[in-house]
Design a binder for this molecule. Structure first.
Ligand code: GUN
Ligand code: ZN
Length: 429
């Protein structure tokens, strides 16, 4: 067992922060050799329960759960910040050309390493991740994640129509490839598979139906797609699927809404859509830097909370402009302030943080596994240095409450704030 002493941030079952100014985190291997949290809380109380334990002391630091990015595209790492009039021209001019290069395994492997370096530098320890339509991109991603002992989720993108040569796949083969990858990688170490139709407009009915059948056959896989991001996209989806009540409802018809189904954006929704999300246990991945960058619109936090939809925060790189959870949380705050039907919402800093850690884990069906530092959680955690920059040092020294401290880090923080990212290693028993 190992113990770490510093300030300690966790969350209770209601998503409220629990903070020990002088905290102690005790981790140790489970039966399979995986490092998990054994005990956590105020230093004196926890230390008394584990006499003689060697303690690593990080004075002035904050231990916090690793961040969970609910929606990101690893093959879009190199097209971050590509300007465009909106989603559809951005896909055509930047995204599809960049993704077509992932047919080449060496390219996929090289970008996967860059991607994981960026995630870890920014304190993200788990992501639900788009690969490309090439099975090789999934293989490269999982191999790299496995070498690094990470808990990671990805899947081969399904897109058998309205997609250019180089990224378009073939219906039957795409489903065979998906099942082969599920059998090869799903639940291997800490890896998980997501059945990943890009979005309804780029899949035929047959491909969506096949995806839904696989989702029923492998019920603990994830489903990962996009919905209702951009007004032109919504119009296009409605033209292609005129029988559906709404764009979101297209996915219901193909069995693609259930627990562990995650849809990015969910902007242009009505309350019936929100109820459908809640009733099916489907979660939204809220991607505010992407929505602001591509001019897509604003996630309705008030609507989601009122109806009771599951959601969490996401970078959506390369539509999103930063891998940093601090940037994402700040953008979510801005959207909450101004982008609402009922404006003026002030999302508390601890709630922004929860939506990017334990709340995101819960929305992924990984409550109690990651995103928190309660006993039993896998020991993926961060050591934050609130004095990482001169301005952070001044501002955090003046914080009068936990909310002020967290807000200072959200507003001023970047990868310099993340001094260390500790990953739960598995050792052979
Ligand atoms: N909709 C379909 N594909 C994409 C994508 O790659 N990024 C975003 N933001 N939206 C999409
Ligand atoms: Zn996306």
């Amino acid at each position: 067992m190992q113990a770490y002493r510093a300030s300690l941030l966790r969350f209770d079952a209601a998503g409220q922060p629990v903070y020990d100014e002088d905290g102690l985190l005790v981790v140790g291997p489970d039966a399979a050799g995986r490092q998990r949290v054994i005990d956590a809380g105020a230093h004196d109380a926890v230390a008394a329960r584990h006499p003689g334990l060697a303690v690593t002391h990080w004075p002035g630091r904050v231990i916090a759960p690793g961040f969970v990015d609910m929606h990101v595209h690893f093959p879009q790492t190199d097209i971050i910040g590509a300007p465009s009039a909106g989603l559809l021209p951005w896909l055509e001019n930047y995204t599809f050309p960049a993704e077509s290069r992932f047919a080449e395994p060496a390219h996929a492997a090289e970008v996967a390493e860059v991607f994981f370096d960026e995630l870890l530098r920014n304190g993200v320890t788990t992501s639900l991740t788009f690969a490309t339509s090439h099975p090789q991109s999934v293989q490269a991603f999982f191999e790299a994640a496995q070498r690094r002992s990470l808990r990671m989720i990805t899947g081969k993108v399904l897109q058998d129509r309205h997609s250019p040569d180089g990224v378009r796949d073939e219906t039957e083969q795409s489903l065979v490839d998906t099942e082969t990858l599920i059998r090869r990688w799903h639940n291997v170490d800490r890896l998980g598979y997501a059945i990943t139709p890009r979005f309804a407009p780029t899949s035929t009915d047959a491909q969506l139906r096949g995806a839904g059948e696989l989702a029923a056959k492998y019920p603990d896989t994830w489903i990962h797609s996009h919905v209702a991001e951009n007004k032109d996209e919504v119009k296009w989806a409605r033209e292609l699927f005129p029988a559906a009540r709404s764009y979101l409802d297209v996915y219901t018809g193909f069995g693609l809404m259930r627990e562990r189904a995650v849809y990015a954006h969910c902007i242009h929704f009505d309350d019936a859509d929100r109820r459908l999300m809640r009733e099916t246990g489907t979660a939204a991945a809220v991607s505010p830097t992407s929505n602001l960058f591509l001019g897509s619109g604003f996630f309705d936090f008030e609507g989601a909370d009122r109806i009771g939809c599951a959601y969490g925060l996401a970078s959506d790189v390369g539509g999103g402009t930063s891998f940093s959870p601090f940037s994402t949380m700040l953008a979510a705050y801005y959207v909450g302030r101004e982008g609402q039907t009922k404006p003026g919402l002030s999302i508390p800093p601890s709630q922004l943080w929860w939506r990017h850690t334990g709340g995101a884990a819960r929305a992924l069906g990984l409550d109690g596994v990651i995103g928190n530092l309660q006993p039993g959680c896998e020991a993926d955690f961060l050591v934050l240095d609130p004095k990482a920059t001169p301005l952070l040092a001044r501002k955090t020294a003046r914080a009068n409450s936990l909310e002020e401290l967290l807000f200072a880090m959200i507003v001023l923080g970047d990868d310099r704030l993340v001094e260390r990212t500790v990953i739960s290693e598995a050792r052979a028993a």
